[in-house]
Write a protein that binds this ligand. Structure first.
Ligand SMILES: [Mg+2]
Length: 219
C-alpha cells in the first residue's frame, strides 16, 4: 500500500530520500558480533542486542563494554570494504536529485572512518550518539526531518531486522538487502527483498548513472 511504485501517476512515486544502513549493507558484512558479546561477557545464545545490554550495565561495566565495542568498531571500519556496486548506487540516487542518508547503530567515529576511507558522503547521517537507535523509528524520522523528506516516501535499506523494523515504524518503504546471506524468517517484514544494491535502482525508478567515465566508476 505504501509501496512508492503503486502510484500510477508516477508523480508521488518519487522517493523523498533513500536511507542506508552501513555495516553489511554498504560495506561487506565482517562484524563478528558474537566475538564482541563474548569479550563483553554477554550471552551469545540467545543473542542479546549489544547496545541495549550495555545500557543496562553498571557505570564501570558499561565503560569497559563501550571500550571493547569501540575497539571492534574501529578495527572493522579501518578494514571495511564496500559492496562493489555501493558507490555507483549511492551516486546514481544522488545524481537523480534524491537525497541519501546513513543510519547506523555504530559510533560517529566508525562512520567517519568508513566514509573517509571510501570517499563516500551522505546528505545526513545518524549514529548512536544522535539518540534512540534502530529498531526505533527515530533515526528515520530525524534524518527525514533534516532532509525535509516525507517519511512515507522515504526508502530504508538494510541487511538486518532492526533496519526493517525502524523503517516500518516510521512509515517508510523498506528494503532488505540479503547479499550472500540466506533469506531469514523475518524477511516478510520488508517491503522488498534484494540480493544486491544495484537492484534498488529499478525499484526506485532511478536510472543508473552514466557508464564509463562517470565519477566514482573507477573502483
Ligand atoms: Mg547492517
Amino acid at each position: 500500500m505504501r509501496d512508492a511504485l503503486s502510484d500510477p501517476t508516477g508523480r508521488e512515486s518519487r522517493p523523498s530520500a533513500v536511507l542506508f544502513d552501513m555495516d553489511g549493507t554498504l560495506t561487506l558484512p565482517q562484524f563478528d558480533f558474537d566475538a564482541i558479546r563474548r569479550e563483553i561477557g554477554l550471552p551469545t545464545e540467545p543473542r542479546t542486542p549489544i547496545l541495549e545490554a550495555v545500557e543496562r550495565m553498571s557505570p564501570a561495566d558499561r565503560a569497559r563494554a563501550e571500550a571493547i565495542l569501540l575497539r571492534h568498531e574501529a578495527a572493522a571500519a579501518e578494514t571495511s570494504r564496500l559492496w562493489d556496486d555501493a558507490r555507483h548506487v549511492v551516486e546514481s540516487i544522488r545524481g537523480a536529485g534524491v537525497p541519501v542518508g546513513l543510519l547506523t547503530r555504530n559510533s560517529r567515529l566508525s562512520v567517519d572512518t568508513v566514509l573517509a576511507l571510501h570517499g563516500l558522503s551522505f546528505d545526513a547521517e545518524y549514529t548512536r550518539e544522535d539518540g534512540p537507535v534502530k529498531p526505533a523509528p527515530d533515526p528515520v524520522l530525524d534524518v527525514c526531518r533534516r532532509l525535509s523528506a516525507d517519511p512515507a516516501r522515504a526508502w530504508v535499506v538494510g541487511d538486518y531486522v532492526f533496519d526493517i523494523q525502524s523503517g516500518n515504524a516510521a512509515g517508510a518503504v523498506t528494503v532488505l538487502m540479503l547479499g550472500d546471506s540466506d533469506r531469514p524468517p523475518w524477511a516478510d517484514q520488508a517491503g522488498h527483498v534484494i540480493r544486491r544494491l544495484s537492484e534498488l535502482l529499478p525499484l526506485l525508478g532511478i536510472a543508473a548513472a552514466g557508464a564509463a567515465g562517470s565519477p566514482g566508476s573507477d573502483e
